[in-house]
Design a protein around this ligand. Structure first.
Ligand code: HEM
Length: 151
C-alpha cells in the first residue's frame, strides 16, 4: 500500500492540539515524597499539569496565540522551532505507561478524515469565532459555521 507522509497536515494537527487540545491537562498522584528545586511535594497528593495553559505562554513558544504549523516543521536554527520548549509543555496524549493507548488510532483517523475532506471540498467559515466549553475536556458548543463547497 502506498504510504503518504503528509508532513504539513501532521503539523496542522499538532498545532491544533497545542492551541486547543481535546484534553486540557493531565494528573498524577505522587507515590513518594519529592523535593523538586526546593518545592516539597508530599506523598499521595494530586499533581496537575495544564498543558493547554502552558502551551499558549510566551515563555514557551514565540507568538503563542497564533496558529503556526511551521513551528513543527522548521529546523532547530529557526526561532519558531518547537523543540526549543520543554517536551512536557505540550503533551495532548499524556506521557509514560498511562499515556493514551489510542493515540496512533486517533492520529490516523484525524489524518485520514481531514485529508479526504480537504481533497474533496473547499472549506470556509462564516460568522464569529468558535465557542468552546472547557473543563477537563474541550467541547465546541457551536454554532458550527463551516461551509463545504464541492471542488
Ligand atoms: C484526539 C483524540 C484523543 C486524545 C487527545 C486523547 C488523550 C488522552 C489523554 C491525555 C489520556 C491520559 C494520558 C495520561 O494520563 O498520561 C488518555 C488516556 C487514554 N486514552 Fe486517549 N485520547 C484520544 C483518543 C483515544 C482513542 C481513539 C482511544 C481508544 C481507541 C483512547 C483510549 C485511551 C485509553 C484506554 C486511555 C487510558 C490509558 C491508561 O490509563 O492506561 N484515546 N487519552
Amino acid at each position: 500500500m502506498k504510504q503518504t507522509r503528509r508532513p504539513y497536515l501532521k503539523a496542522c494537527i499538532k498545532e491544533s492540539m497545542r492551541v486547543l487540545p481535546v484534553v486540557t491537562g493531565n494528573a498524577r498522584t505522587s507515590t513518594k515524597e519529592y523535593n523538586l528545586l526546593g518545592y516539597k511535594i508530599p506523598k499521595g497528593i494530586m499533581i496537575g499539569l495544564s498543558h493547554q495553559y502552558l502551551s499558549v505562554k510566551e515563555d514557551h513558544y514565540p507568538r503563542p496565540e497564533e496558529f503556526i504549523p511551521e513551528r513543527w516543521l522548521v529546523d532547530k536554527h529557526d526561532p519558531l522551532y518547537h523543540g526549543n520548549t520543554h517536551p512536557f509543555v505540550t503533551s495532548p496524549f499524556g506521557f509514560g505507561v498511562r499515556m493514551c493507548i489510542g493515540r496512533r488510532i486517533a492520529e490516523l483517523e484525524l489524518e485520514t478524515f481531514i485529508s479526504k475532506v480537504v481533497e474533496n471540498f473547499q472549506i470556509g467559515w462564516k460568522g464569529g469565532p468558535i465557542q468552546v466549553s472547557g473543563t477537563s475536556l474541550n467541547y465546541i458548543t457551536g454554532p458550527f459555521n463551516l461551509i463545504f463547497n464541492d471542488i
